[in-house]
Design a binder for this molecule. Structure first.
Ligand SMILES: Cc1ncc(COP(=O)(O)O)c(C=O)c1O
Length: 386
C-alpha cells in the first residue's frame, strides 16, 4: 500500500499575504474558517501551468476546446470509475452560473424547484435568479447521518415542482448520497417529468472508505433526467479563476446544453481552464491524495477538539470535503452562534441560518487549514463556554 504523507497547510503569515476574501474580510486578529477556501500550497502542476501562462502573457480568451473536458473525463474514470463522454461537456465560468443557466432552461417562470436545506446558501438565491421559486424539502436526520426525504420530494414533484437542485456531496453536512438514493430520486424525477441538477463541486474530496456515485451514473433514468455541474475549484482552491463544467449523459440533455448560447462558454476564465486541465490530470492525483490525508486527519481532530473544548457541540464527521456542520444549540447562544464566536472569540465561521432555518443554532467550520489553526480556533470557541 502506498504511504501518503498529509499535505501541510501554509503558515498564517504566508496565508495573510493572500488577497482573497478569506484573508481580507476580517482583521489579523480573526481566524477565518468561514468561506470555502483552503490553506494548502498550490498543486505543483497547477502552479507550473499558471506560472507558464503568466510568463508568456497567455491572458486572452479561452479557446473552444481548452482540454478541460478530456481532462475531466480522465479524472472521472480514474477517481469514480465513471465513463464520461467528453463531447457531452461544456464549460462556463462557475458552478452557480451553470446552475442558473440550466434552471432557466428546465423551468418556466414561477415553477417550483426543490432544494434540501440545510444547504449551500446561494441555492436559495439562484432559483429566484432563474425566475423559479424555492420549494424546501429539508434533509432528513437519520440519526447518524442525513438523507434525502424522498417521500417529501415525491410530494413536491407530484404537485408540479419541475426540478430538483441536488448537492452531492452535500454542503454543509458532507453527506455522500448512496447509489440507491440517487437512483430512486431519478425514478421520481422521470415519473413526474422533472429535471435533476446535481452540483458535484465537492466530489473530488471523498474521504477514505466512502464511495461517491456521480448522479448521472446512478442509473439509466438518472442519465436521462440529470445534469451534473462540476469544477476543480473547491478541491484545488481555484474559485477565483472561473471554470466549471456542465456534464450530461443523454442525447436530449446534451442537446439542451449544446443549445446554450456560446456566450455562456466564452465566460470560462482562461486561467480557470488552464488550471482545471492541470488539476484533473493524473499528475495532480498525488497532491489530491495528500490533501485528502490532511483533511481526513482534520475531520477527526475536530471531533476530539470539540469534545474537549466545546462540550455540548454536536458534530458528525463528514464523508466528503473540508466543511463541518456543527450544532451548538445546547450552548444557548441563540440562532446565530457564529455572531458571538466572531465578536467575542475572534473566529469567523459561516452562520448556520444562512443555510436555511434548519441551521439555527449551527455553524459551519472550514477545516481545510493547519491542525494548529483548527486547534486554536476551537480553543477560542471553547473559551466562551462557561
Ligand atoms: C455546493 C457548492 N456549490 C457551488 C459552490 C460555488 O462554486 P462556484 O464558485 O464555482 O460558483 C460552492 C462553494 O463553496 C459550493 O460549496
Amino acid at each position: 500500500m502506498r504511504v501518503i504523507t498529509p499535505l501541510q497547510a501554509l503558515r498564517l503569515d504566508q496565508l495573510r499575504q493572500r488577497s482573497s476574501t478569506k484573508w481580507r474580510k476580517y482583521g489579523d486578529d480573526v481566524l477565518p474558517l468561514f468561506v470555502a477556501e483552503t490553506d494548502y500550497p498550490q498543486a505543483p502542476a497547477i502552479h507550473d501551468a499558471l506560472t507558464r501562462a503568466v510568463s508568456i502573457g497567455d491572458t486572452g480568451y479561452t479557446p473552444p476546446e481548452p482540454g478541460v473536458a478530456a481532462a475531466y473525463a480522465g479524472f472521472a474514470e480514474r477517481r469514480f470509475g465513471w465513463t464520461v463522454d467528453a463531447a457531452r461537456i461544456r464549460t462556463t465560468c462557475d458552478v452557480m452560473m451553470a446552475v442558473v443557466e440550466l434552471l432557466r432552461r428546465v423551468t418556466a417562470p414561477g415553477d417550483r424547484v426543490v432544494i434540501c436545506p440545510p444547504v449551500y446558501p446561494p441555492f436559495f438565491d439562484v432559483v429566484p435568479e432563474a425566475g423559479a421559486v424555492v420549494e424546501r424539502v429539508p434533509l432528513r436526520d437519520a440519526g447518524t447521518t442525513w438523507e434525502l426525504d424522498l417521500a417529501g420530494i415525491e410530494a413536491s414533484l407530484a404537485s408540479g415542482a419541475r426540478a430538483v437542485l441536488l448537492c452531492n456531496p452535500h454542503n454543509p453536512t458532507g453527506t455522500v448520497h448512496s447509489r440507491e438514493t440517487l437512483a430512486a430520486l431519478a425514478d421520481l424525477a422521470e415519473r413526474y417529468g422533472a429535471a435533476v441538477i446535481s452540483d458535484e463541486i465537492h466530489a473530488p474530496l471523498i474521504h477514505r472508505g466512502v464511495t461517491f456515485t456521480p448522479f448521472l451514473d446512478a442509473s439509466a433514468a438518472a442519465a436521462r433526467v440529470g445534469y451534473s455541474v462540476v469544477s476543480a475549484s473547491k478541491a484545488f482552491n481555484l474559485a477565483g479563476l472561473k471554470c466549471a463544467l456542465l456534464v450530461t449523459a443523454d442525447d436530449a440533455t446534451s442537446a439542451l446544453v449544446q443549445g446554450l448560447p456560446d456566450e455562456i462558454e466564452w465566460r470560462t476564465g482562461l486561467f480557470g481552464a488552464i488550471s482545471a486541465v492541470a488539476a484533473f490530470s493524473p499528475e495532480s492525483d498525488v497532491w489530491l491524495d495528500a490533501q485528502l490525508a490532511a483533511l481526513d486527519a482534520n475531520r477527526l481532530l475536530l471531533a476530539e477538539l470539540l469534545a474537549e473544548h466545546v462540550p455540548g457541540a454536536r458534530y458528525r464527521v463528514p464523508d466528503a470535503g473540508f466543511l463541518a456542520w456543527v450544532d451548538l444549540t445546547a450552548l444557548g447562544w441563540g440562532d446565530d452562534p457564529a455572531a458571538k464566536i466572531l465578536s467575542e472569540g475572534r473566529v469567523a465561521l459561516l452562520q448556520g441560518p444562512f443555510f436555511g432555518e434548519e441551521g439555527h443554532g449551527h455553524v459551519r467550520i472550514n477545516f481545510g487549514c493547519s491542525p494548529d489553526v483548527l486547534t486554536e480556533a476551537v480553543r477560542r470557541v471553547g473559551s466562551l463556554v462557561r
